[in-house]
Design a protein around this ligand. Structure first.
Ligand SMILES: O=C([C@H](O)CO)[C@H](O)[C@H](O)COP(=O)(O)O
Length: 213
């Protein structure tokens, strides 16, 4: 089980400062969609240049022109690139193929997918490296979470790694760890804290203990 820190509401210098604080306690750093929308793929290249040994995920949430978008994110230094599960199968295939060519990985984001089980089976067969259940900010505000969806995809996925994102924090971590996903994404659960390093350390060690069970 790995921990991915999602950086969403920061600019590039703030992102670099934040990663510097917590880098010992994370496995992957996500350059979030709002950061990329504001700063472009430069945010990915600058963070990768500052932390060459850290795995960097570019949350570009691709919907079309997938091979081209994956190639651009890879060239910027992304190790993992995201595509939306609602994209056409041809786009998912294009993303997977391009990522393989570049030696990178694809994380497929299940945000807003209604039939989670069917789409997870299809994405698994299409060669997604990760399938990630995700409650976005707008549904988190309505009190929703993805714990049941995680159980659903865990029960059907055979080859892809399984991930969960959306509003996860120290207080809800035990429930997530119980399901043993391969990857846990935490954004605000760390970045909103005064002592981000201490929070990341607690979350990281809980995940490591949970993985050893
Ligand atoms: O992907 C995300 C969201 O759609 C905004 O781009 C977040 O990175 C993801 O939800 C994790 O962040 P938290 O919900 O703050 O943990």
């Amino acid at each position: 089980m790995k921990l991915q820190l999602a950086l969403d509401l920061v600019n590039i210098p703030q992102a670099i400062e934040l990663v510097r604080e917590v880098e010992q306690h994370i496995d992957i750093v996500e350059i979030g969609t709002p950061v990329i929308n504001m700063e472009g793929l430069k945010a990915v290249s600058e963070v990768k240049a500052a932390f060459p040994n850290l795995t960097v995920l570019a949350d570009v949430k691709i919907m079309d022109a997938a091979g081209y978008e994956v190639a651009n994110a890879s060239a910027a230094g992304a190790d993992i690139v995201t595509i939306l599960a609602q994209a056409e199968d041809a786009s998912i295939k294009g993303a997977v193929e391009e990522a393989k060519k570049q030696g990178k990985e694809i994380l497929v984001d299940m945000i807003a997918v209604k039939d989670i089980k069917t789409r997870a089976i299809e994405l698994d067969a299409l060669g997604a490296d990760y399938i990630c259940v995700h409650t976005g900010y707008d549904l988190q505000a309505e009190g929703k979470d993805s714990f049941a969806d995680l159980r659903t995809i865990k029960s059907v996925v055979k080859n892809s790694k399984v991930a969960i994102a959306g509003g996860i924090k120290l207080e809800t971590l035990a429930e997530v760890i119980k399901e043993q996903p391969d990857l846990i994404v935490v954004g605000g659960g760390i970045t909103s804290k005064d002592d981000k390093k201490a929070e990341a350390e607690k979350i990281y060690s809980m995940i490591q203990e949970g993985a050893a069970v």
